[in-house]
Design a protein around this ligand. Structure first.
Ligand code: ATP
Length: 235
């Protein structure tokens, strides 16, 4: 289980995360809803070891992630796909993907196998493997970002707003792939503003406001709640 227990984070005197408690069981697809600035990215960056929690603990199984180096966290199988993709635009698609495999420490055997799996997940990336990542469409760039995370063989995938800026049809395909990744055994924690599409594939969801978890429930419970629908679905 990935477990956040009373996790707090400060930027200077600003409390960005206020005693956040949430968990994702092994094999679950858990969605984290929240408006801009709610603290979703801060939570992921804390889990990835980029930011240091001011309090609380984050555990994956028996392993404490707070205080661990980002590379140790990736080696433990907790891998983030960041908001905004963060690709190397001038490097080829394949080189970007290979960067996600650094965790295998030069052992190219598993990397080649995983690269084949990523190309099977996103066939268009094989066709574009020698193109500069920056020349791809937004949806294809998001595929590269997810593929790069998959190259680390994640046990837990932290996906930060993968649908940001994408066309509706592309979003639909993206969510289908995320569901497939989860069904093949990867635990997924998905931060999204596209609440309706995310809830359709989620096992459970949390709602975050101003650095706090304010709701937790099954997708059907949240979809049936008028205040959630008004705030996050616009209906
Ligand atoms: P978004 O989708 O817009 O990224 P979010 O839910 O991911 O929203 P965060 O990016 O985690 O939210 O931001 C939470 C709060 O922390 C916001 O008020 C933001 O302005 C602030 N914040 C984020 N990063 C920093 C930082 N490096 N220094 C200071 N404040 C920050």
């Amino acid at each position: 289980m990935l477990k956040f227990d009373n996790v707090s984070l400060k930027y200077g005197s600003f409390l960005a995360l206020d005693k956040v408690c949430l968990h994702a069981d092994k094999g679950e697809l858990v969605v984290l809803l929240g408006a801009n600035g709610a603290g979703k990215s801060s939570l992921f960056l804390t889990a990835s070891g980029i930011h240091k929690a001011a309090g609380g603990s984050i555990t994956w199984g028996a392993q404490e992630l707070v205080g661990s180096k980002p590379s140790t966290i990736v080696e433990a199988g907790v891998v983030q796909c960041p908001e905004g993709r963060k690709l190397f635009a001038h490097m080829s698609v394949q080189k970007n993907l290979e960067l996600g495999a650094y965790v295998h420490r030069g052992d190219t055997g598993p990397s080649k196998r995983i690269l084949e799996e990523v190309y099977a997940l996103f066939p268009i990336l094989r066709e574009k493997k020698d193109d500069a990542a920056g020349s791809l469409s937004g949806g294809q760039q998001q595929m590269v970002a997810i593929g790069r995370a998959m190259m680390g063989r994640p046990k837990v995938l932290l996906l930060d707003e993968p649908s940001l800026g994408l066309a509706p049809l592309v979003i639909k395909q993206m969510f289908e792939v995320i569901q497939r990744i989860n069904q093949s055994g990867t635990t997924v924690l998905l931060a999204e503003q596209n609440a309706f599409a995310a809830l359709k594939i989620a096992h459970r969801a949390y709602v975050m406001e101003s650095g706090r978890i304010v709701r937790e429930g099954k997708p059907e419970q949240l979809l049936a709640d008028d205040s959630i629908r008004k705030a996050y679905i616009g209906a």
